[in-house]
Design a protein around this ligand. Structure first.
Ligand code: ADP
Ligand code: MG
Length: 349
């Protein structure tokens, strides 16, 4: 994970708005030929030869992040990932982002440098150009809005609406880690408040803490599916938890689904952390959120192409809309998946 480096504290007013923008954006280099004009004019100019995909997310301090346990560099990195994940969920290649920030004078130049070092790291690793943004003061807190822009051949676009009954439901990676990482960080923060000298013991939780603080958008999965010659019939990214994203796919595709509890991909650390917090691991996977994995459906004829891949797990299949959306439990009971949350005790009548 990232380390904090800066100790000095320069007030934002010392640089002024234009000085600050120049300072923060001075190292951005253009990587894509589709970026015709980057930072520096009234607007950026892009020239995509395929369809353009655009998505925006807004992150508000106290609502979407807490700086008590979220270092600014990680926040910058994650803010980019949240957006790139939406571009990848369209089966597109992300190429540009814009970054807009509003912050109070509680933030120093060094603090924004930290934020931008995370943004820069993400832009470099994921090969996107930072082509513009806006910078303004705020009365309170920090707000970041990132817009990501990508491109995709029209025939490759994956909407939420393309799933058919009997398509296989597939997820990348494993689920629940980001939520459990947050639980661990919140617990450490409470300990710290009571005893500021307590040393946080996060080492054994590294994987899930990273899932929360430094999530990776699944660019690799889009590339993998292309290499395997699999075009998902529908796709969505898992930002709000598996159950609500599955419900979105079903609603937009006008289908039902059966999800198998024993197929849900869980890291061993997630299982042990659930035991420690006395949480039901299935509930955590269904409702946890922030895992930024891709959930998609494929035609059954594509099963052979994906079945051996360790990054992909078939977790269920789509059904007729009239059949509804169910979790098939380990005990082989059918439990309806509902809009808000999931009650493990509930069974179908
Ligand atoms: P305008 O007055 O047209 O809003 P600005 O002075 O705000 O222009 O911005 C100047 C240039 O710097 C523009 O290209 C803008 O996109 C870019 N920019 C402003 N703020 C940011 C930021 N936080 N991150 C990246 N680029 C930025
Ligand atoms: Mg501006």
């Amino acid at each position: 994970m990232f380390q904090n480096t800066k100790d000095s504290k320069t007030k934002l007013s010392e640089l002024g708005e234009f000085g600050l923008i120049d300072h923060l954006t001075q190292f951005f280099k253009v990587k894509h030929t589709s970026t015709v004009k980057s930072i520096g004019d009234d607007a950026a100019v892009l020239n995509h030869d395929k369809h353009t995909v655009v998505t925006t997310d807004l992150l508000v301090e106290g609502v979407h992040f807490d700086l008590a346990y979220m270092p600014l560099k990680h926040l910058g990195y994650k803010a980019v990932m949240v957006n790139l994940s939406d571009v990848y969920a369209m089966n597109a290649e992300a190429q540009q982002i814009t970054v807009s920030i509003a912050c109070s004078n509680r933030f120093t130049v060094e603090a924004l440098e930290e934020l931008y070092s995370g943004i820069t790291a993400a832009a470099d690793l994921y090969n996107v150009d930072v082509v513009g943004g806006d910078t303004t003061s705020a009365i309170k807190g920090l707000t970041i809005s990132i817009t990501a822009i990508g491109q995709v051949k029209s025939e490759d676009i994956t909407y939420r609406s393309g799933a058919k009954p009997n398509d296989l439901l597939v997820v990348s990676g494993d689920l629940g880690g980001a939520f459990l990482g947050l639980k661990v960080l919140q617990r450490e923060n409470e300990v710290f408040k009571v005893n500021p000298n307590a040393q946080p013991d996060l080492e054994k939780y590294t994987y899930i803490v990273e899932r929360q603080l430094k999530p990776e958008a699944r660019k690799d999965i889009v590339e993998l599916l292309k290499a395997l010659e699999v075009k998902p019939t529908s796709m969505i990214d898992i930002s709000d938890g598996l159950s609500s994203e599955l419900m979105h796919l079903c609603k937009h595709s006008k289908v039902g689904a059966n999800l198998f509890e024993d197929k849900l991909p869980l890291d061993p650390l997630c299982i042990s952390t659930c035991e420690e917090f006395e949480l039901d691991s299935t509930t955590v996977v269904l409702n946890g959120g922030e895992d930024y994995e891709l959930l998609f459906t494929i035609d059954q004829s594509d099963f052979e192409k994906i079945k051996a891949n360790p990054n992909l797990t078939v977790i269920g299949h789509m059904a007729e809309q009239s059949e509804g959306i169910h979790l098939i439990s380990r005990m082989n009971t059918k439990i309806p998946i509902k809009a808000r949350g999931w009650n493990g005790m509930e069974e179908e009548d």
